[in-house]
Design a protein around this ligand. Structure first.
Ligand code: FES
Length: 105
C-alpha cells in the first residue's frame, strides 16, 4: 500500500495509506482533506483537486487535458510541481508521495 502525505493549508501533515489503483484525489476526498473538493469526480474538468508535488516522485506524465485545466488556474499554477490529484494514479512506485494543498482552489 503506497503512503501519501498531504500538507494542509495550516502547514500540518496528514499521512495516509492508499490502495494502488486509486487516484490521489479519491484518497483526499475519502479522508476529508480540506481544500481538495474533487467536484467533477475525477474527470479532469474542474481543477478543484489542484496540488503541488513536494516530493521527488515523478507522477505519470501529464496529459493535454490536465495541462489545459491547469492553465485555468494559471495564477496558482507552478509549472514544475502543479498537478491535478485526480490524474495521479497511485502505485507502489509513488509510495511516500507528498502533495501540498494550495491556499485556494
Ligand atoms: S476532480 Fe475535477 S479535475 Fe480533478
Amino acid at each position: 500500500m503506497p503512503k501519501i502525505t498531504f500538507i494542509l493549508k495550516d502547514g500540518s501533515r496528514k499521512e495516509l495509506e492508499a490502495d494502488s489503483g486509486v487516484n490521489a484525489m479519491q484518497v483526499a476526498v475519502f479522508n476529508n482533506i480540506p481544500g481538495i473538493e474533487g467536484a467533477c469526480g475525477g474527470f479532469c474538468s474542474c481543477a478543484t483537486c489542484h496540488t503541488y508535488v513536494e516530493s521527488q516522485h515523478t507522477p505519470p506524465p501529464m496529459a493535454e487535458d490536465e495541462d489545459g485545466m491547469l492553465d485555468g488556474v494559471a495564477a496558482k499554477r507552478n509549472r514544475k510541481t502543479s498537478r491535478l490529484a485526480c490524474q495521479i494514479m497511485l502505485s507502489p512506485e509513488l509510495d511516500g508521495l507528498v502533495l501540498r494543498v494550495p491556499e485556494k482552489q
